[in-house]
Design a protein around this ligand. Sequence first.
Ligand code: SF4
Ligand code: SF4
Length: 107
Amino acid sequence: MTYVVTENCIKCKYTDCVDVCPVDCFVEGPNFLAINPEECIDCTLCVAECPAEAIYADVDLPEDQQDFIGINAELSKIWPMISARKEPPPDADEWVKIKDKRHLLEK
Ligand code: SF4
Ligand code: SF4
């Protein structure tokens, strides 16, 4: 089992999740964060911290977000680790309301 960042994070990237992760398993890309499934210890702490409600256990993923298991695994191999919260993009509060944005994911 692992936890997975899903579509709602795209262009929001609030990074609140990062501060609570005890094993620093988040990685950061241009407009999305991913969880390294090899490092996540399933502590669940990040789920409640995410203002975009973007984090799920892999076993609880909505049907239309299943591909984010592979996306998190793939990106966690190439993106750098992030271990401290930082300011979100200035338009994050606008993007958090938009549901259909997976085509905007920058790798
Ligand atoms: S708190 Fe949620 S929206 Fe923000 S970076 Fe983490 S997963 Fe993405
Ligand atoms: S479930 Fe825990 S270990 Fe896994 S990413 Fe979230 S905070 Fe980190």
